[in-house]
Design a protein around this ligand. Structure first.
Ligand code: HPA
Length: 249
């Protein structure tokens, strides 16, 4: 039995819905709660990591920030799964595009998450773990994207990197990390999902990452703030639909 509050979440079991949407940014958590949830209540604000619970189309749903990077989402997903009876965590974030077919503002649903992180060593596996999304969440998101009429959606592998800034700028182009991952069909890069998927696997719970492509590592295109906000809004609606459908199952 855990002691409440836990080190990073000042809430009680039952304060969260079965599904938690997890953006990286606390202000985005607040935006999602205030824009989409009915009667949102602030259930956590330790370190300004805002968590809210409300309802969406009658379903109790929560949204809480993860902070940036694998150690941070590792902490929050661990506590939510193990101590707060949360079953599903849907990360909603931005990613940098790698694949040619991915354009700015496209939605990527992460079937798998490669990583350059050492997070998996704690599990003492006699090989390499493949962090994958929960199939039910994945299928539900693909179906919901179709129903919402989103045509700019990709499903595939992403990279969860420990580094936003790398020291490989001096290397020849073909040696740079982004190019090597791209050659393996990786669609884009972010910094959290591999740890989320691994924690879900270890806890027997479910996880999915959905992203909008905010920048592209191989293309020089730009988006306006308004365009970025609209595509984020689409991604949030998609994640909320998944939360509702998971409740109906
Ligand atoms: N790298 C890592 N994470 C990201 C990026 C990126 O280029 N863009 C959005 N999230």
């Amino acid at each position: 039995m855990a002691n409440y509050p836990t080190p990073h979440i000042n809430a009680k079991p039952g304060d969260f819905g079965k599904t938690v949407l997890m953006p990286g940014d606390p202000l985005r958590s607040k935006f999602i709660a205030e824009t989409f949830l009915e009667s949102p209540v602030l259930v956590n604000n330790v370190r300004g990591v805002q968590g809210y619970t409300g309802t969406y189309k009658g379903t109790k749903v929560s949204v809480m920030a993860s902070g940036m990077g694998i150690p941070s989402i590792g902490i929050y997903s661990y506590e939510l799964y193990n101590f707060f009876e949360v079953d599903n965590i849907i990360r909603v974030g931005s990613c940098g595009g790698y694949a040619d077919k991915v354009n700015l503002r496209d939605i990527i649903i992460a079937q798998g998450a490669c990583t350059d992180s050492n997070f998996m060593t704690q599990f003492h596996l006699p090989g390499v773990f493949a962090p994958i999304a929960d199939y039910t969440l994945l299928q539900t998101a693909v179906d919901a994207a179709k129903e919402l009429g989103f045509t700019n959606t990709h499903v595939g592998n992403i990279l969860s990197s420990d580094r936003f800034y790398g020291d490989d700028a001096e290397l020849p182009e073909e040696m740079k990390a982004k190019n090597l991952w791209k050659k393996m069909g990786v669609l884009g890069v972010e910094m959290e999902s591999a740890a989320l998927y691994a924690n879900a696997a270890r806890c027997g719970k479910k996880a999915l990452g959905i992203f909008t492509c905010s920048d592209h590592l191989f293309k020089t295109e730009f988006t306006t703030a308004e365009e970025r906000q609209n595509s984020f809004t689409d991604m949030m609606k998609l994640a909320l639909e998944v939360a509702v459908k998971m409740e109906e199952r």
